[in-house]
Design a protein around this ligand. Structure first.
Ligand code: ADP
Ligand code: MG
Length: 693
């Protein structure tokens, strides 16, 4: 029996309760311990002369107690001065017993491990680990660096160390788990250690290993594991792609007449890029393999109408379409647009969001299940288990970067009842630098809309301090007198929607005092759908001049006459998010402006970042520069559910690995197919099972 694949309770000294604590760290099986790497290391391999200590060092020392005393001054403490031939240091304890006081008697020899700090009387160690040595006893040193693991409440460092040790010794007798799937020739080329070597180095580094390199991620052992983990993610997407290609999908070779009529009915001429992408979609859907296509197009490039075209392809072939959007506001807006565009095509469009409840929801679900509703637009609510389709042929996911990779893969399973897998179209405006795209999108074919509708001028962006608020207000007044409309976006701590809404309410009040006669509207995430809808419609119909909003308007909102946007505290948001927000203006024909009104003082990086936004209107350029300045985690947006989580890899630290991952991944995929599944299992575990439903 392979113990490594057993639950952790198979190890000596680990009971049910400890196992539950391990679970919080995502450690379920013995082999999970092997990939649970230390956070940092302690060097207990040598004894430092006390005279050589400097503040900040964490070291092992050994000395003789000179005196020990309690200090009644301030916080009661026990201090003990110890010295060796080179110098002295003070040990300090805030919690102590009389027994401890006695043990640390003058003349006692004590070894201590702790961090050196500057205290009242020279250097000190606060609450060191210490041991009184018996006569003639040597201070114990370790032969290797001591690992310090990430823990969770109720779990001690020593329990963790013992468990990892057991797991590692099991590995030595059973190499199955540590099979090295990366060809030796590649290991050599990149100077990577073997998997077994990397693992043992990281859990128990030899004393000569530089701690610094282990902790900052530059040690080859760590690079190798990070590389393997990224490789596994890449391979899982390549695998999803191949598996998808082997499934059957409905063929849409629908009604040209209806489709031509739709295209002719549009109030504008399509751009070349839109036409090209529509052709690519039509070709995909004419085959019996599921389309898996990503449309990337900057904010305002006109992705929605392309989605409508794809929906019509499905509808005219007799299949249903589901469109998922990340916010209710956007879903509602799509619902309105699709209803307008598809008027006269005998298509029933329905809206399903978290606000659909009771009888109304029941009826909706029934209509989807019996096929009397043809096109459903919704939010996450579309994922719910009781949502069933009659003949789902196409899934469209708008603003894909707001959803997780696995959420995206789950929606298409909704069509599985027909035995056919629906086509999938995902759209995003958040450009992901090419190097990162492969970790998110390499299962998809990519179409790029690289052209904006004609007549669009770049949004003129300025960066100004909040002290100039009065000027800004005067500017809004002037702007609205020219019969144009404006947005005022309040950004507050993203985590608290309640606070954000409250701030928006206050801002709206203050603005109505400073701007008498101007019609001000307010929208935020806590309003009822119908109220939001009413405000948006009024804004669209120019019954509102200035719309005060939270970042709920970040995606999708489309009111071409609104050409001025004030963003408060832009320094709090990511550049891609700001770019997306700014994309609400510059949709009409006239000039448009965005004022980034920051709170002083601004840090250097923040100033540079806002400068990037001022100088560029190109989402790609912005994302690339942001990547340079901040690192990939933030570009991908930690707040997004779509953000990727890794056990070991850190995209900011390991970005130079990405090119390797792609080229080696492609090679392994064709040359060593047997390595793919084990690597995915090793690193993705349950996530992959979900993707393969
Ligand atoms: P996004 O790509 O950001 O989702 P939208 O689909 O919301 O962009 O389109 C932005 C605006 O441009 C909408 O008002 C849409 O009707 C309009 N639009 C789309 N395509 C064209 C076009 N070819 N010419 C003019 N306006 C267009
Ligand atoms: Mg859009």
């Amino acid at each position: 029996m392979n113990l490594l694949k057993q639950p952790v309770t198979a190890l000596a000294g680990i009971g049910h309760q400890t196992a539950q604590r391990f679970e919080k760290l995502d450690i379920h099986f013995v082999q999970d311990l092997i990939f649970h790497l230390p956070l940092r290391y302690e060097d207990r391999t040598r004894i430092y002369p006390i005279g050589s200590l400097k503040p900040g060092m964490t070291v092992l020392i050994c000395g003789t107690v000179e005196y020990t005393d309690t200090l009644p001054r301030g916080r009661k403490s026990l201090i003990s001065r110890i010295s060796d031939a080179t110098g002295f240091i003070t040990l300090k304890f805030f919690y102590f017993t009389a027994h401890q006081h006695n043990l640390l008697k003058p003349g006692a020899i004590v070894s201590c491990f702790g961090e050196v700090r500057v205290g009242y009387a020279g250097l000190e160690m606060v609450h060191p680990d210490y041991k009184i040595l018996a006569d003639g006893e040597q201070a114990a040193t370790e032969s290797r660096l001591t690992p310090v693991y990430p823990l969770t409440e109720g779990l001690s460092q020593s329990t963790m160390r013992k468990a990892v040790k057991q797991a590692l010794s099991l590995c030595r007798s059973d190499n199955g788990v540590l099979t090295d799937w990366i060809p030796a020739e590649i290991l050599q080329r990149y100077h990577y250690p073997s998997l077994a070597e990397a693992i043992s180095t990281l859990h128990a580094p030899e004393e000569s290993m530089p701690i610094e390199a282990l902790q900052n991620g530059s040690a080859p052992a760590l690079k190798r594991l990070a590389f393997e983990e990224l490789l596994a993610h890449y391979l899982s997407l390549r695998q999803a792609k191949t598996r998808g290609e082997n499934r059957h999908a409905p063929v849409f070779d629908g009604d040209r007449i209806a489709i031509d009529a739709f295209l002719r009915s549009l109030p504008f001429a399509l751009t070349g890029a839109q036409q090209r992408v529509m052709t690519e979609i039509a070709q995909d859907c004419r085959r019996s393999r599921p389309m898996m296509r990503l449309i990337q197009g900057d904010v305002g490039s006109g992705k929605t109408v392309v989605a409508a075209y794809a929906a019509l392809l499905a509808l005219s072939a007799g299949y249903q379409t589901a469109i998922m959007a990340p916010t209710e506001l956007l879903a509602e807006q799509h619902y309105r647009n699709f209803n307008t565009w598809l008027e006269g095509f005998d298509v029933r469009v329905v809206l399903l969001t978290g606000q659909s409840k009771g009888q109304q929801r029941k009826k909706l679900l029934q209509d989807l299940a019996d096929g009397s509703a043809h096109l459903v637009i919704g939010t996450h609510a579309l994922f719910q288990e009781d949502v069933e389709f009659h003949r789902l042929g196409l899934c469209i996911i708008d603003e894909q970067h707001r959803f997780g990779v696995h959420q995206r893969l789950a929606l298409r399973e909704k069509g599985a009842d027909t035995g056919l897998r629906p086509h999938q179209l995902v759209m995003t405006a958040t450009p992901i630098p090419r190097t990162l795209a492969m970790l998110q999108y390499s299962d998809l074919d990519v179409s790029i809309i690289d052209e904006l509708p004609p007549g669009r001028k770049p949004v003129v962006t300025s960066v100004i301090p909040a002290e100039r608020r009065d000027e800004v207000i005067a500017r809004i007044r002037g702007w609205i007198e020219k019969t144009r409309q404006a947005y005022w976006v309040c950004t507050l701590i993203e985590e608290s929607e309640a606070l954000q809404c409250e701030a928006a309410e206050k801002t709206a009040e203050r603005l109505s005092e400073s701007l008498p006669g101007i019609r001000i509207g307010l929208v935020h995430g806590r309003m009822k759908a119908a109220d939001k809808e009413a405000v948006m419609t009024a804004f669209k119909h120019r019954e509102i001049d200035l719309l005060v909003a939270t970042t709920v308007i970040e995606v999708g909102v489309d009111v071409p006459n609104a050409g001025l946007m004030i963003i408060e505290n832009p320094e709090r948001l990511g550049l891609s998010q700001l770019h997306q927000l700014r994309g609400r203006v510059g949709r009409g024909e006239g000039d448009s402006y965005c004022l980034l009104m920051y709170q002083s003082p601004l840090s250097d990086t923040a100033r540079q970042r806002l400068g990037i936004l001022r100088d560029s209107n190109d989402g790609f350029v912005i994302a690339e520069k942001d990547l340079e300045l901040r690192g990939p985690g933030e570009v991908m947006g930690t707040r997004q559910t779509g953000a990727m989580h890794f056990k070991i890899a850190d995209l900011a630290r390991d970005k130079e690995l990405l090119d390797q991952v792609q080229s080696i991944g492609d090679r392994l995929f064709t040359e060593s197919p047997a390595a793919v599944q084990p690597l995915c299992d090793r690193w993705l575990g349950t996530a992959i099972a979900y993707a393969e439903v």
